[in-house]
Design a protein around this ligand. Sequence first.
Ligand code: IPD
Ligand code: CA
Ligand code: CA
Length: 269
Amino acid sequence: MALSDDLAQLAAGIAREAGALARRRRAEGVHIAATKSGVADIVTAADREVEALIRRRLADARPGDGFLGEESGADVGTSGITWVVDPIDGTVNYAYGIPAYAVSIAAVEGPPDPTTWTALAAAVYGAAIDELFTAVRGGGAWVHTAAGPTRLQVNPMPVDVGALLATGFGYDPATHAGDLARVERAMPLARDLRRIGSAALDLAYVAAGRLDGYFERGLNPWDHAAGALLVEEAGGRVGGIPGGRPGKNLTIAAGPELFAALDAAIGGR
Ligand code: IPD
Ligand code: CA
Ligand code: CA
C-alpha cells in the first residue's frame, strides 16, 4: 500500500477513536476549561483530552513524524510528515449541544506551514452522527457510513437558482464588520447562506456536494488542513487571497466555476 493510503487509514482509525471519546465526554457533560484568544474562544476539557489521545496514538504509530495541534502546539519531526490536528472543530457547537462538530486530522508533507505543505491524507469525523470523510492525495475523497464508502464529487456551478454557500465568523468581534461586508459581496451568487459552525464540516460538505461553496476569513491551519484535501480530491478548488493558498486572510472552497466567481466577488478584499 502507498504511504498516503497508510496515513489515511491511520488517520481514519484514530479519528473514529477520538470522536468516540468526544461523544462520550459530551454525554457526560461539558466543562469549559479556559478561554483563548477572546471570551468567545473557549476550550473544553474534552478538546484537550481528545488532542492528547490523538497525539499519543500518532506518536506510538509513527514516532518520527511531526505534529501541529490546536491545543498542544507543534513538534518538529524527522520523517518529513507532519500531522495537523483539530481535536474538536466546532467547539462552541459542542459546548452548546449542537451535533455539528468534528475531529480533523491531516498528514502533510513538508514543514507545518500551510503555504508550503502538501497534504497527503485526511480524515474528518463527524462524531455525533458517526460520519467519516477521508481523502488520499490522488486517490479521491470518500464518505464512510454504515451503508459503506461513497466517492465524493463537488457540485457543478448551480444555474439560475444560485449557490448554497456557507461561511463563518471568527471569535474576534473586531473582524465581524469585515466578515459581514464579505457576505454582502457574496450574496448575489447565493440562493442561501449557512453558518454551520465547523470549518472542517463546511469543507467536507463542499466535497460531498451538500454545499456548493464556502468562504471564511481567519482560519488556522488545523481548521482547513484535512477539509481542503477532501475538496480538492472531490474535484473542487481551495484557495485564499487571489492565487494564494487557503489561510488566515481568506479561505474559499467550491467547484472550479463557482470558485472563480467567489474569488472575483470576495477574493481581492
Ligand atoms: C472554529 C470553527 C468555526 C470557525 C472558527 C474556527 P474551533 O474552530 O471551525 O466554524 O468559524 O473560525 O476557529 O474553535 O471550534 O476549533
Ligand atoms: Ca477549529
Ligand atoms: Ca478546535
